[in-house]
Design a protein around this ligand. Structure first.
Ligand code: HMG
Ligand code: MG
Length: 305
């Protein structure tokens, strides 16, 4: 049996965000059939938790308009958690009706990004999320929080770790159970990443913090490793590196799931994911979208198989 390197977690959970964070950015509408097949293939590769929908305004993000249908068509299996992004109570009600297992509320560490993304201040976003947390608790639905622009903002530039911790505290106080620290525009470097996570550690315990990296500046894998050194054991990733954020100019894709899983397995860290099937899924969806997959590991493995 392979052992992980000293000090690193022995098992890591990869949350697949491609069907939501990835596809939301596609200009052409991706057919519901394709979304469902993508999710089923990811589950087949061993992914246990996925973001599959966003119950946001279809005027703002038309690509996510079929969330209820996507959730309705997915087969439910024990141990598989299907998550949906919700910006307010209305979104929560839709997610609950569609039987989402988890909802994700999302704010930002920067005021300007929060305004551009969800059309309200950080404080107002918390006011919107408080009733979501209450309703979710009553219905036994898990709530995760996501803090965009934790390592930099396309409008405000540098973001201080204390600004991230402040939003984490606001989320904790309304009952958000787990927290995602997101580098929306991929500007973070490893030490800056560790500083942001250290600040959040004053609010949430290690097991309740996840990392969400974009590879815009080629730093995502280094940042994942920096988090692993701190003991962080949950990461978002997107198959084939799909994605970007429609409200963050120039932001390229999320870190590719294939690259993260290749890193983790190379370190002897268990994920429960079958890398070869994940790679096939990334190549398949890239083919459907008519482009080359944005994953170094995925393309290399594919070329050699
Ligand atoms: P608003 O304009 O401030 O709010 O939008 P409103 O209450 O005035 O509503 C505007 C319209 O949206 C109305 O429709 C509402 O009915 C409708 P109209 O009267 O114009 O026909 N509406 C809704 N429709 C469906 N579902 C809902 C809902 N709520 C209102 N839940 C709102 C506020 C938040 C709704 C809007 O700004 C919005 O939808 N924004 C989308 C934000 C988004 O999805 N961003 C991308 C995801 S975040 C991300 O990718 C980052 C992340 O991955 C981490 C990272 O990388 O950083 C999480
Ligand atoms: Mg993202």
């Amino acid at each position: 049996m392979m052992h992980s390197a000293a000090g690193l977690p022995s098992r890591v959970s990869v949350i697949e965000v491609g069907p939501r964070d990835g596809l939301q950015n596609e200009a052409q509408f991706v057919a519901t059939d394709v979304k469902v097949e993508l999710i089923e293939r990811l589950v087949g590769a061993g992914i246990r938790k996925l973001e599959v929908a966003a119950f946001v305004s279809p005027k703002w993000v038309p690509q996510m308009a079929d969330g209820a249908e996507v959730l309705g068509r997915l087969s439910r299996r024990p141990g598989i958690a299907l998550a949906a992004l919700v910006p307010n109570l209305r979104g929560f009600d839709a997610a609950a009706a569609a039987r989402a297992d988890e909802v994700v509320v999302f704010s930002a560490a920067s005021e300007t990004f929060c305004q551009k993304n969800i059309n309200c201040s950080i404080a107002e976003s918390i006011e919107r999320f408080a009733p979501v947390c209450k309703a979710a608790q009553e219905r036994g639905i898990a709530v995760r929080g996501s803090i965009s622009c934790s390592l930099g903002c396309p409008y405000e530039g540098e973001v201080q770790p204390q600004a991230v911790a402040r939003v984490a505290r606001l989320m904790k106080d309304i009952g958000v159970q787990t927290i995602g620290v997101a580098d929306t525009i991929g500007v973070g470097t490893p030490r800056a990443t560790q500083r942001a996570f250290e600040a959040v550690l004053a609010v949430y315990p290690l097991q309740e913090i996840s990392g969400h990296f974009h590879d815009t500046y080629g730093q995502a894998i280094a940042n994942v490793y920096a988090c692993l050194e701190m003991g962080v054991s949950t990461f978002d990733a997107s198959v084939a590196g799909l994605g970007g954020c429609p409200f963050a100019r120039g932001a390229t894709g999320n870190v590719a799931s294939e690259d993260v899983v290749y890193l983790l397995h190379g370190l002897g860290i268990e994920t429960g994911i079958e890398l070869a099937r994940l790679v096939q899924t990334g190549q398949w969806i890239s083919g459907v979208l008519g482009r080359r997959a944005a994953t170094r590991a995925g393309n290399a493995i594919s070329a050699n198989s």
